[in-house]
Design a binder for this molecule. Structure first.
Ligand SMILES: Nc1nc2c(c(=O)[nH]1)N[C@H]1C(S)=C(S)[C@@H](COP(=O)(O)OP(=O)(O)OC[C@H]3O[C@@H](n4cnc5c(=O)[nH]c(N)nc54)[C@H](O)[C@@H]3O)O[C@H]1N2
Ligand SMILES: Nc1nc2c(c(=O)[nH]1)N[C@H]1C(S)=C(S)[C@@H](COP(=O)(O)OP(=O)(O)OC[C@H]3O[C@@H](n4cnc5c(=O)[nH]c(N)nc54)[C@H](O)[C@@H]3O)O[C@H]1N2
Ligand SMILES: [Mo]
Length: 754
């Protein structure tokens, strides 16, 4: 579909508003029809409805009738669409034919309606009865020489109940090979916060936004990826907060924002959100934050009492900041000393600061270190466990945080395992398993016989697409539990199964009647999600039911009564209560209208579960951000018309790009220097440890991006991300730091602009 011609418009400064309302309704109407659109959208994020599968931003206590955003509506419409992919469709289209389609086309084919199998040597998927599919998985799992030759991936939409049962099965089977999308996402936040404040999660509630003096939004594009966050920012702004936006791009939502519901009320004014945009170079945040730390020291904006009583490592952190020169800070961050000082003054005068961040910090070589610099900055003035202050890593997938809480974790702590063993009543392996990058390497090394995916799109989401494809093809059996068709169904192991499951929006009926599931949002609140729509097909099963059947077939009832557990999800929750910290009276508390908060010692009591019991200042040297003369640094990001690897359309409205996704955003002066015009066709070569990776057929777009920096869309650019270019400590692929060179293809550059 990328053959469509590229249209460029002026990038938007304003997010949401009427175009957003129209866009979400159009997406709904074309995919679901009128009645279903109204019914579905009115159930999103309501106390009795389902949790929006769009993102993990929390719901306000007082919800409006339509508590969703443009992109949440797209996510819902996409799941609830009418079109179906049936076994007869597979009979007509070979895997080869399907592989010719774009991601956009594959997704628009609709919901997968029945289980199908691709047998070794065959060209087409064919129908398979559920029981035979379960038997096939069990047989492959029982045939491995060691349970560690099986790997079990999870994407972050899986409910707490499904995820808990799944990890119980995987551990009963005998491995901790539980990689998940988090390894590519907020793993750096988990590690960075865990080591310093003793919990790998954020420490703010939604209400804190009402009390913050300064809110920093670093390396995050909420206008597209967390639109409901803009409402919280707008309200904060109206109450007098200042917002500092740190980003190589001036993302639309942060420039100006208009709430769709204000249009309805006839209030036509939009809110200017960011008071200050610091246009940092890609990877320049560590230098910038060092500068801000220096400013706090100069202003003596320190909470001496808090530092003395509750922290350690302050002196060496200060020494490291003193030793860093302003010259290096300005040079590495790309921001003037004056601008950094302006931000520094805002922070020094603040009684309550919140720092929000997402992939712009985590997907870097120094992802953990840079987050710990942000921790240093806030700890200096005691901005944790105080009203209106704290850390806010804004999560991606709607239940990615919950999945980790309930056990989707390849490297669990001993304390976690001990509690889990006690609750489950059987012993589980303690040696750590593979994360995403290690899992790909293990497949490459032919050390994996079975690869099971609970949701997601492993091939397209992971780095080094060509290498990952080769790795997957070495596996004996790959299994995908999915709702929609994607590329991971087309590049498979020798045998492959697709097991279609119910989505968030759909009614889940088990032996005891209709069930609900639970999820945890970005702020640690656990609440119910109840699907209300008729399932897309009669032949779908819920994720917990799929897990239970496979467990029963593989292990029998030696560990748990798997079948009985799924008859009534309350039984799964009882087991969770016994096996997890903070889930006391789970069945009761999860039924409260707004759910309940998990314990968060830094937030609740300014207590830090580190070895010393103190919050830790840490010291880091600045990363090397120099590249060779002819090289650029490329970041991969999301357009406004996609959900990770699911492509809804070819437009990136806020950035003014329409009709094409293979584009590269480039600084206009850098283009002039090379003698290139808008729409110049280029190929990209990435460089890492003497290796190169190559991708053709890109078009340049002049954009307001720092000199030497480039941006392109994920997942198209993933083939350029080297598998072993990962963050220290968290092993997250460096999707925001890809060193590249460009070469002109054949010059079809045109000077026309719109
Ligand atoms: N509609 C929609 N919503 C989504 C998603 C989606 O695909 N579509 N995905 C979900 C998921 S799983 C996640 S994790 C989140 C992702 O949410 P984001 O993290 O907002 O997503 P990205 O598009 O990766 O954008 C990263 C931002 O970081 C900036 N950036 C890149 N490099 C740097 C850097 O070195 N420094 C700084 N300061 N900034 C940098 C980019 O310019 C961009 O604005 O969104 C979630 N919500
Ligand atoms: N270059 C680059 N790579 C990246 C990133 C980046 O910024 N740049 N971001 C990374 C991040 S933050 C993340 S989180 C990962 C995302 O990695 P994944 O979570 O693996 O990918 P998704 O695209 O979210 O998965 C979409 C698929 O999930 C299935 N699905 C949807 N809903 C359900 C459901 O309810 N149940 C089940 N079983 N399946 C369902 C559908 O079949 C759909 O095709 O990608 C990472 N990869
Ligand atoms: Mo993510």
């Amino acid at each position: 579909m990328d053959t469509h011609s590229l249209k460029l418009k002026h990038p938007k400064t304003k997010a949401a508003g009427i175009p957003a309302v129209t866009s979400s309704t159009v997406h709904g109407l074309t995919k679901m029809g009128v009645v279903k659109t109204i019914k579905t959208l009115s159930m999103v994020n309501q106390k009795e409805g389902f949790d929006c599968p769009g993102c993990a931003w929390p719901d306000p206590d007082h919800r409006t009738t339509f508590e969703f955003c443009e992109n949440g509506a797209k996510a819902v419409a996409d799941e609830a669409m009418k079109a179906k992919v049936t076994p007869s469709f597979f009979a007509q289209h070979s895997v080869q034919d399907l592989a010719e389609m774009s991601d956009y086309e594959l997704n628009s084919l609709g919901r997968i309606s029945s289980p199908v199998v691709l047998r070794e040597g065959n060209s087409h998927y064919e129908a398979i009865p559920w029981d035979d599919a379960f038997a096939m998985v069990a047989e492959a799992l029982n045939a491995t020489q060691s349970p560690d030759r099986a790997v079990f991936y999870t994407s972050g939409r899986t409910s707490n109940e499904a995820a808990f049962l799944y990890q119980a099965f995987v551990r009963a089977y005998g491995t901790n090979n539980l990689p998940d999308c988090s390894n590519m996402c907020h793993e750096s936040s988990g590690k960075g916060l865990g080591q310093t404040i003793g919990i790998g999660k954020g420490t703010v509630t939604l209400d804190d936004f009402n009390h913050a003096d300064v809110i920093m939004v670093i390396g995050q594009n909420p206008g597209t990826n967390h639109p409901r966050m803009l409402t919280a920012l707008r309200d904060a702004k109206h109450r007098g907060s200042s917002i500092i936006h740190v980003n190589p791009l001036a993302e639309a939502g942060l420039t100006r924002f208009k709430h769709p519901q204000d249009y309805m009320k006839g209030q036509m004014k939009s809110t200017t959100l960011a008071d200050l945009h610091l246009q940092v170079r890609i990877g320049g945040d560590a230098a910038l934050v060092k500068g801000l730390i220096k400013c706090q020291l100069e202003h003596n904006a320190l909470d001496h009492e808090f530092i003395a009583a509750k922290t350690e490592g302050f002196e060496s952190m200060v020494k490291a900041a003193d030793q860093t020169s302003w010259k290096q800070i300005v040079n590495d961050s790309g921001i003037s000393e004056e601008q950094i000082r302006t931000a520094g003054r805002l922070l020094a005068a603040s009684n309550a600061t919140i720092a929000c961040w997402a992939m712009g910090l985590t997907q870097h070589r120094n992802g953990v270190a840079v987050i710990q610099e942000v921790v240093n900055l806030l700890l200096m003035n005691g901005h944790v466990g105080r009203k209106g202050a704290g850390f806010c890593p804004v999560r991606g997938h709607s239940n990615v945080q919950g999945d980790r809480t309930v056990g989707i974790w390849e490297a669990p702590t001993e304390a976690f395992l001990a509690r889990m063993e006690e609750g489950l009543g059987f012993s589980i392996p303690h040696h750590h398993g593979y994360d995403v990058v290690h899992a790909i390497q293990a497949m490459m090394d032919e050390s994996v016989d079975v690869f099971f995916c609970m949701g997601g799109n492993f091939l397209s989401a992971t780095p080094d697409t060509d290498l990952t494809a080769k790795a997957l093809e070495k596996v004996g059996l790959t299994v995908q539990v999915s709702t929609k068709l994607n590329r991971s169904h087309l590049v498979t192991g020798k045998n492959a199964l697709i097991l279609p499951c119910l989505g968030r929006t759909e009614r889940d009926t088990q032996a005891s009647g209709e069930q609900f599931v639970s999820v945890e949002n970005s702020m640690g609140i656990v609440h119910r999600s109840t699907g209300g729509l008729q399932p897309a097909s009669r032949d779908l099963k819920s994720e917990p039911a799929i897990v239970a059947s496979i467990a029963e077939k593989t292990l029998g009832s030696t560990h748990l009564e798997w079948t009985s557990l799924v008859e009534d999800y309350d039984r799964i929750r009882e087991l969770m209560e016994a096996s997890l910290h903070g889930f006391e009276q789970y069945n009761e508390r999860v039924r409260q209208p707004n759910g309940f908060s998990l314990p968060n010692p830094p937030r609740d009591k300014q207590e830090f579960a580190t070895p010393s019991g103190k919050a830790r200042f840490t010291t880091h040297s600045l990363p090397n951000v120099q590249v060779a003369e002819d090289q650029y640094v490329l970041m991969t990001l999301r357009s406004h018309d996609q959900y990770n690897t699911t492509i809804y359309g070819l437009h990136d409205r806020y950035r003014g790009v329409h009709g094409r996704r293979r584009v590269v955003f480039m600084n206009a002066n850098d283009m002039v220097e090379r003698g290139w015009k808008s729409r110049q066709r280029v190929s990209i070569t990435s460089h890492f440890n003497g290796e190169t990776r190559h991708a053709d057929d890109w078009m340049l777009i002049p954009y307001d991006i720092p000199a030497g920096n480039l941006a392109a869309y994920f997942p198209e650019a993933n083939c350029l991300v080297p598998l072993h270019s990962t963050a220290d400590v968290s092993n997250t692929p460096t999707s925001k730091w890809i060193v590249c060179t460009l070469s002109a293809e054949h010059n079809t550059a045109s000077s026309e602009e719109e």
